[in-house]
Write a protein that binds this ligand. Structure first.
Ligand code: UTP
Length: 405
């Protein structure tokens, strides 16, 4: 694209600020900026106009496979899951493309040292959890790791440096998450540098389309993988490719499964898995009507199952239902950008990022097994540096589970 064409397009779209510093740029920088403009998805901006308040349908609690039922039927569930794992029908997807702003750690979150007297990164802890399963099946499942443009190089180097934590290197596939432009509250796209359009990862729901865009779906097809266990980088206690979870989802004939925990209180900031107009849906804590949030029966919260970001998706159904259908959500964030010729990073949110969410995938799948796990054994998210869901609480839970820190 040349300058004249870029100017014309930007004028029509009301985005001429992107060329504000063009005259100051070197030839190379001019080319980079024109390329960025050519590749910018301007149509994403129409999401700003739509009403962001979700209109909720009729909500009802979901029936979960409870901890008690799992204890009774563990053997049956595990047998089915272990068979599928042994046959190579299962893969795992680690979502590690987030920016981890709340933790305030300026490297990929998985590199954070959760150890105290020894080095134990979050990545290593999670790889140890994986090996507990592969030890039983004797078969290493493929692990797809989603990184971002910003953290990919460091993440890959960290795995290399640690020899993939004892996991076979050829079973680990990295892919970079797709991006979307960022803009101010008036919808003007930011410049990240005078010669670069500001881009950010397109939310944790971007994993499947990013995986396809990277070409890694070929691995899934070649190996005939039927189910993908998608999990977040921050829960250091979660079981990955848990045979009983896989078996229960298959035996209950669900198209996806979600590991859930009982909420500690009505106000806990987790999404709740319930049904909306009869179909499984996840309602974020800020969307749940107060009355329903606090509703109790026999002393227990009625809407009690919080999601832990550990899902099992059927690959066939992902292909059939997802193509291009995920809605974009606006996330108000502090975004570093060029303002009056200099780079600024406001403390407060200054604009929007556009994100797709994995919770919307669950809704599109149409059926989802709520699989209850014991929080003390499987849910230790590292979101903040102190307080709730922090490094401190995660360390305490790891110790309780016998992990030497
Ligand atoms: P969070 O929603 O907690 O976001 O991610 P975050 O970016 O890690 O942290 P904050 O909100 O900035 O503090 C939940 C999971 O989804 C992944 C994260 O890496 C984490 O595993 N994620 C999130 C992505 O992979 N890509 C994204 O664009 C966003």
């Amino acid at each position: 694209m040349n300058y004249a064409r870029a100017k014309e397009i930007l004028k029509i779209r009301g985005q001429e600020q992107l060329l504000e510093y063009f005259e100051e740029l070197t030839q190379e920088q001019k080319t980079a900026l024109l390329n960025d403009i050519e590749n910018t998805n301007f149509s994403i901006l129409k999401n700003i106009k739509k009403n962001e308040t979700r209109v909720l349908g009729k909500l009802a609690p979901i029936n979960a496979v409870t901890v008690q039922e799992i204890a009774r039927r563990r053997m049956q569930f595990e047998t089915v899951g272990l068979n599928l794992l042994s046959e190579g029908k299962i893969g795992a997807v680690l979502l590690a493309g987030g920016q981890g702003t709340r933790l305030g750690f300026n490297k990929p979150k998985g590199m954070f040292n959760i150890g105290v007297t020894r080095e134990l990164s979050i990545f290593e802890q999670q790889m140890n959890n994986i090996k507990e399963v592969t030890k039983i099946t004797g078969r290493n499942f493929p692990l797809f790791i989603m990184t971002s443009v910003t953290n990919n190089a460091e993440t890959v180097a960290f795995f290399e440096e640690h020899e993939f934590f004892g996991y076979p290197k050829d079973r680990v596939h990295f892919f970079i998450q797709d991006v979307a432009p960022t803009c101010d509250f008036d919808g003007k796209i930011f410049l990240d540098e005078k010669y670069r359009v500001s881009l950010a990862p397109n939310g944790n729901g971007g994993w499947y389309s990013s995986l396809i865009n990277s070409g890694l779906n070929k691995v899934i097809e070649r190996e005939n993988i039927e189910w993908l266990n998608v999990y977040s980088v921050d829960n250091v206690l979660q079981r990955i490719c848990d045979p009983a979870f896989i078996g229960a989802t298959v035996l209950k004939q669900c198209r996806c499964g979600a590991k859930v925990v009982k909420k500690v209180s009505a106000d806990e900031k987790v999404g709740v898995l319930c049904t909306e107009n009869g179909k499984p849906a996840i309602v974020e804590y800020y969307e749940m009507p107060e009355k329903l949030k606090n509703k109790k029966k026999k002393g227990e919260l009625v809407f009690r199952y919080g999601v832990t970001l550990n899902y099992l998706f059927n690959v066939h159904d992902l292909n059939a239902t997802l193509s291009g259908k995920l809605p974009y959500h606006l996330a108000e964030k502090s975004i570093a950008h060029i303002e009056n010729g200099v780079k600024v990073k406001p403390e407060e949110p200054c604009g929007y990022k556009f994100e797709t969410l994995v919770v919307d995938m669950v809704k599109l799948m149409g059926s989802c097994l709520a699989y209850e796990v014991e929080r003390e054994r499987e849910f230790a998210p590292v979101k903040n540096s102190t307080g709730t869901d922090s490094v401190d609480t995660a360390r305490e839970l790891l110790r309780k589970n016998g992990i030497n820190l």
